[in-house]
Design a protein around this ligand. Structure first.
Ligand SMILES: Nc1nc2c(c(=O)[nH]1)N[C@H]1C(S)=C(S)[C@@H](COP(=O)(O)O)O[C@H]1N2
Ligand SMILES: [Mo]
Length: 250
């Protein structure tokens, strides 16, 4: 990976650094192309929290959007500010190589059968949150409702932050453990965690789980997403991608 490229808060590290505690990689800075990146060690996080105040949702700078939510989560956003959406203005569009393009409201999504899963969240940078419940509509259900064309091979996800993108192959997208998630930790997903609706790709590193989901487009081929253009693996299986050949222990 080119060292001049902007890094995710903890982009995949060369193997020599893989086991290093996050705390050794303290870094706060603005990275290229308007993207904002932070790797915050706990002391720095605490300092930032007291400086900015705890109310992430009220912070116009977007900085607190990068702070942890307790419970081991860190907030990530590559966009410096993200509009807030709720039941009155949230929309999710399903389009591309489908027979029946459709736009869903939040209530439309809530009215569909919900699936709840409890699994570990694993960021590629090493932090992990065990046994995290997610709940929402299976992506496969939305794809079936749309009527996917025979020549389609992939799905592309876009976000109302205006910047982040993700992708899955159609086979991956149809897995039963891939959700259009409305709830996380048994609460409606808040703004900082990508609410009201985020993608949840349980078997892959958390960068696949696009926050602030606004578009699902069925395409012929996989188009690498935001971090994937910067070197992350498109097939992001936990423990079997991004240079990891074992299940991380941290
Ligand atoms: N729209 C958007 N989705 C995103 C990201 C982002 O920056 N923007 N970061 C990804 C990464 S790298 C991780 S680890 C998780 C973090 O989710 P959290 O902020 O809810 O902890 O969101 C993923 N989805
Ligand atoms: Mo991540």
């Amino acid at each position: 990976m080119n060292s001049e490229q902007p890094e995710e808060p903890g982009a995949p590290q060369p193997s020599a650094e893989r086991g290093a505690p996050i705390g050794r990689r303290v870094l706060l800075g603005t990275i290229g192309l308007g993207a904002l990146g932070v790797v915050a060690a706990p002391p720095l996080q605490r300092a930032l929290e007291s400086f900015l105040g705890a109310a992430a949702d009220k912070d116009p700078t977007g900085l607190t959007g990068l702070l942890p939510n307790g419970g081991g989560f860190r907030y990530y956003s590559v966009a410096s500010s993200v509009p807030h959406k709720n039941a009155s203005n949230y929309r999710l569009t399903v389009d591309g190589l489908v027979d029946h393009p459709k736009t869903y409201t939040l209530d439309d999504l809530r009215a569909l059968p919900q699936t709840r899963m409890v699994k570990d969240v694993q960021c590629v940078t090493g932090w992990r949150v065990p046994d995290t419940p997610f709940e929402g509509v299976r992506l496969s259900r939305l794809l079936d409702a749309a009527g996917v064309h025979g020549k389609a091979g992939a799905v592309r996800f876009t976000c109302f932050d205006g910047t982040y993108t993700e992708s899955l192959t159609l086979d991956q997208a149809r897995r039963s453990d891939v959700l259009v998630a409305l709830r996380m930790q048994d609460k409606d997903i808040g703004h900082a965690h990508g609410g009201p609706v985020r993608l949840y790709v349980a078997p892959m590193y958390f960068y696949k789980s696009a926050k602030w989901l606004s578009g699902i487009t069925v395409t012929e081929d996989v188009r690498p997403g935001y971090w994937e253009k910067l070197g992350y693996d498109v097939d992001a299986w936990v423990g079997r991608s991004n240079g990891r050949d074992d299940e991380p222990t941290t």
